[in-house]
Design a protein around this ligand. Structure first.
Ligand code: P1T
Length: 384
């Protein structure tokens, strides 16, 4: 059966995978080698040096391409290394239009690294896609979209942004970390590049830091491959193996993340001491209809603001949580809680941060796949 015909769950397990050529190993071995023997210069079995390509990484890259409905996958040493490669497609003088609510590290890379090299970034709200065109000019080359956004859970209409990008001949890159291809496949909606912090749901077990890019277009893949090899921030063989192993259960984990996410979001929304809950599954979420249209379910990421609270009260709650671990990151099997203002988004100036809703009392939850009752009991004792 042609692999393209397989449905998502089958591709998560089999996509791009063949038993290993040497001994038929069903899981690709961890090819922990930097280099490969040649019989005469240039005569090798497809691998020369592990920065350029490594069989374990290639197995992961093929899987990434398959689950995102792309043709080419590239695995990097971190999500930020993957973003770094995308921005290096640009030239000094070029402009990028980006969502204003995004991971703090992406913002820091854009503002504090790439602006020095003459690339400018405009951070705008994209919840209403009709307004994005106002920020495009002759220097604009790329639209950078995170959806759902980290941590405010805004949802951006990928098809609408893609139409705009095509009209102005711009590249569209979508950070698909929060949704994963289980919930949405941006390339099918017209995006040119899909990016992941595979550290999160794709790996799924909080044991690797890995980044990914997937594209359909060969010329774009060649350019990104050139940058991956030239800059060298590649995913190592052990991390490739672990990420590939994670992807094989992505669909079952995501199903449970979504189920538990719904239970936790509804619990918080009904809690007398909770002011506001951000989760795209609520009918009154401003972009619920877009989410329903482009996502298969609503995920396990939730942010909330306790009632009448400030910085100190939010800190008290996250300190009291026991089953939810207070930690950076998200998307693993275990539930995590974070305080974006002081942790993941601390590199965004307070003024900027608060414009997009990241107030000092905001708490972010990555709902894991434990028993939902235990998660609720933990929240109950922490919120009071
Ligand atoms: O951490 P790294 O693998 O380099 O990925 C960066 C990144 C990119 N995009 C999104 C949407 C992300 O959430 C991240 C990393 N985020 C966290 C560590 C966090 O706790 O939000």
């Amino acid at each position: 059966m042609s692999e393209k015909k397989l449905k998502f769950n089958s591709r998560a397990i089999h996509g791009g995978q063949r038993p290993d050529k040497a001994y038929g190993a069903v899981m690709p071995p961890i090819y922990q080698t930097s280099t490969y023997a040649q019989t005469t210069p240039g005569a090798h079995q497809g691998f020369e040096y592990s920065r350029s390509a490594n069989p374990t990484r290639t197995a992961l890259e093929n899987s990434l391409a398959s689950i995102e409905n792309g043709n080419y996958g590239l695995a990097f040493a971190s999500g930020l290394a993957a973003i770094d490669a995308v921005i290096k497609l640009l030239e000094p003088g070029d402009e990028v239009v980006s969502t204003n609510d995004l991971y703090g590290g992406s913002y820091r890379l854009f503002r504090q690294v790439f602006e020095k090299f003459g690339i400018s970034f405009r951070f705008i709200g994209m919840q209403n896609a009709d307004t994005i065109g106002d920020h495009i000019n002759e220097k604009t080359k790329l639209i950078w979209v995170e959806t759902p956004t980290n941590p405010m859970m805004n949802v951006i209409d990928i098809r609408a942004v893609s139409d705009l990008a095509k009209k102005h001949n711009l590249l569209l890159a979508v950070d698909n970390t929060f949704a994963t291809p289980y919930l949405q496949t941006p390339l099918d909606m017209g995006a040119d590049i899909v990016m992941h912090s595979a550290t999160k749901y794709l790996g799924g077990h909080s044991d690797v830091v890995v980044g990914a890019l997937v594209v359909k277009d060969k010329a774009l893949a060649d350019q990104l491959y050139f940058l991956q090899n030239a800059s060298g921030a590649v995913c190592g063989p052990m991390d490739s193996f672990l990420t590939l192993r994670g992807i094989k259960t992505l669909h079952v984990r995501m199903q449970r993340h979504c189920e538990n996410g719904r239970v936790v979001a509804e619990y918080l929304a009904g809690h007398p001491k909770v002011e506001k809950v951000y989760w795209p599954g609520f009918k009154d979420h401003p972009n619920h209809d877009i989410a329903k249209n482009q996502m298969r379910d609503f995920g396990g990421m939730i942010s909330f603001v306790p009632k009448g609270s400030g910085y100190a009260d939010a800190i008290k709650i996250v300190e009291k949580l026991r089953l939810f671990t207070l930690a950076e990151s998200l998307g693993g099997v275990e539930s995590l809680a974070g305080h974006p203002a002081s942790m993941t988004h601390a590199s965004i100036p307070k003024e900027e941060r608060e414009k997009s809703g990241v107030v000092d009392s905001l708490i972010r939850l990555s709902v894991g796949i434990e028993d939902a009752d235990d998660l609720i009991a933990d929240l109950e004792q922490a919120i009071g």
